[in-house]
Design a protein around this ligand. Structure first.
Ligand SMILES: [Zn+2]
Ligand SMILES: [Zn+2]
Length: 173
């Protein structure tokens, strides 16, 4: 059974209930189905991953990350979000073949390698405006998120940072 649940800003309790219902309705599959209206998986993973796994690449992206991405895109920013393009790469999932990862000589544990992060350009607003909007609407998010501060792109991730309980946590990258 599938149900379309529409979020609006009027009733937070409704939204919370709707989110709980989504979880019952096999949350992950529904989130992916809904996200496909806004993103192809090719944009959210590196080319190495997509070339090998094609549509199955969804399996490497964390459910909380996908759910937050959906809420941020559809219900909070309500504006186009661009992750990877032909010229801008390694902004979503990064694998061991990605240059940024390959060249590391120390251990590298970025949320990007766990499928828990994305860097985005948002249409019609600066990254800082997007961050503030997300913070103002934190109650809509299904889990805690982290935002990288003072950067010209919107990085968000769902790494459950040890000892941090803030719904929206700003970190220095
Ligand atoms: Zn890669
Ligand atoms: Zn990032």
């Amino acid at each position: 059974m599938q149900r379309i649940i529409k979020f609006d800003d009027e009733n937070i309790a409704e939204i919370t209930k709707a989110i709980a219902e989504l979880q019952d309705l096999r949350l992950r599959n529904i989130v992916i189905l809904e996200l496909k209206k806004y993103f192809s998986v090719k944009e959210l993973v590196c080319n190495h991953t997509y070339d090998k796994w094609k549509e199955q690449s969804w399996q490497f992206l964390d459910t909380n990350f996908l759910h937050c991405l959906l809420i941020i895109r559809r219900d909070i920013l309500k504006s186009g979000m661009v992750c990877n393009t032909k010229s801008a790469t390694q902004r979503g999932l990064r694998c061991n073949m990605c240059e940024m990862v390959k060249q590391k000589t120390k251990n590298y544990l970025s949320s990007h390698i766990f499928g828990k992060a994305g860097d985005f350009t948002v249409s019609g607003m600066t990254a800082e405006e997007a961050r503030q909007k997300i913070k103002e609407n934190a109650h809509l998010l299904p889990c805690n998120i982290r935002l990288e501060k003072d950067v010209t792109w919107l990085h968000f991730d769902v790494l459950p940072q040890y000892d941090v309980t803030d719904k929206v946590y700003f970190f220095k990258g």
